[in-house]
Design a protein around this ligand. Structure first.
Ligand SMILES: Cc1ncc(COP(=O)(O)O)c(CNc2conc2O)c1O
Length: 384
């Protein structure tokens, strides 16, 4: 079992991942499967461990952004279907075929280049339709027909699915979402006129799968809410299903001092005590992803909110304490203490960003401690 030699850790509650998958499963019709989106190291939660948990909880497949992420899962012994949802370089398609990893296609020239590379293994492909995300994907019937023509003439290409991605599924206003659904219906009809074989379709992210569970998808691509976070404040208010956040971040006080009024803290001496104060030092900094803009946010000590004072350093930051505490006292940066909680949503709000970014930004220098019902079952320390 790996270990670690610092007091700052990210704890990932795998039971919460299972719970969240169960909540979605109960909402979907029984023939709609769940694809666990574990890209970006499972949104910072630990890709291999989350993938295993999700599959055990009933997810039938996995989705990542990069071929490298898919290969890491394969090398960890995961055999479930994996889709790379982003661009893969044509010269790397043969590696995907070798490891039975499905790729996303949306350019006829990409297909022609891959066909020319003569890989022997069949290559599984999902065709991406851009119905309004404006990122990657086929946008017109003409483009679609051209891609299908190349697919039809290349025996080693196996078209498994057609998919799209919604840009505003988590918003209150549904006009753009409806426009994308109309474009999807048009493109899907065009597809069926040009392709005889059945393929799977998948169009839903967390917001769509929770808010429109009756959508006809063979599977949904479940990301942010598998981790127990709602895709937006609006969906959090709607609360289509109950969720348990899986990610928490904690540390311990390593230094506590009482200083007189008029004393300054940290680089730039930007904070000066107005009266006699207790100051605590915490061994986490911007190299851990706890960025400098978090100055002024709060952490929990003894179940109480304590403000971050002075500039956050690369490896440490300081807080003002309401009283003296012993060295080693637990500090919660994301998570609960008693009836108090500092959520990823609160940190995101302080940073004027979205909750997706928060677990993703906690760097690999912070050990991931995997728990089941609060009991540590595995540790991943990227330094050792
Ligand atoms: C193509 C695709 N499908 C599904 C998902 C899962 O979405 P969810 O996490 O809302 O369930 C994403 C997430 N993509 C991103 C999430 O944040 N930025 C992104 O590009 C995605 O890009």
């Amino acid at each position: 079992r790996e270990t670690y030699y610092r007091d700052s850790i990210a704890e990932v509650e795998l039971t919460a991942i299972e719970y969240n998958i169960q909540q979605l499963k109960q909402r979907l019709d029984k023939e709609t499967d769940i694809c666990a989106v574990v890209k970006a190291d499972a949104y910072g939660h630990g890709d291999v461990q989350v993938a295993r948990t999700a599959l055990k909880a009933g997810a039938k497949s996995l989705a990542v952004a990069l071929l490298d992420e898919a290969l890491k899962l394969r090398k960890a012994g995961i055999e479930a279907p994996i889709l790379v949802m982003g661009w893969t370089r044509p010269q790397d398609a043969a590696v995907a075929a070798e490891y039975n990893i499905a790729l996303t296609v949306f350019q006829k020239d990409w297909l022609k280049e891959v066909a020319g590379l003569q890989s022997s293994d069949p290559l599984k492909l999902h065709l991406k339709i851009d119905t309004g995300m404006g990122r990657i994907g086929v946008r017109t019937a003409v483009e679609l027909e051209e891609v299908l023509a190349v697919l039809a003439e290349t025996p080693e290409f196996h078209l498994e699915a057609l998919f799209t991605h919604f840009a505003t599924a988590d918003e209150e206003e549904s006009a753009y979402f409806n426009e994308q659904q109309e474009r999807w219906d048009e493109m899907f009809s065009c597809f069926k006129r040009n392709w005889a074989e059945d393929v799977e379709i998948h169009t839903s992210n967390s917001a769509t799968s929770m808010r429109v569970p009756e959508r006809m998808d063979h599977f949904v691509r479940f990301g942010i809410s598998m981790y127990g976070l709602y895709p937006s404040p609006h969906v959090k208010k709607e609360r289509p299903i109950d969720l348990k956040p899986a990610f928490s971040l904690s540390s311990r006080l390593v230094h506590v001092k009482k200083i007189a009024a008029g004393e300054s803290i940290s680089y730039g001496a930007t904070y000066t005590t107005e009266k006699e104060e207790w100051i605590g030092t915490i061994p986490l900094g911007y190299a851990d992803g706890w960025i400098r803009k978090l100055q002024g946010a709060e952490v929990l000590v003894d179940g109480k909110r304590q403000p971050i004072v002075g500039r956050i350093c690369m490896d440490q930051f300081m807080i003002r304490l309401d009283q003296e505490y012993p060295i080693g006292t637990k500090v919660t940066l994301i998570g609960k203490q008693g009836d108090q909680e500092i959520s990823a949503d609160e940190i995101a709000e302080h940073l004027e960003t979205i909750n997706y970014e928060i677990p993703c930004m906690i760097s690999q220098r912070v050990p991931r401690v995997f728990q089941e019902d609060g009991r540590t079952v595995e540790v991943r320390n990227s330094l050792l």
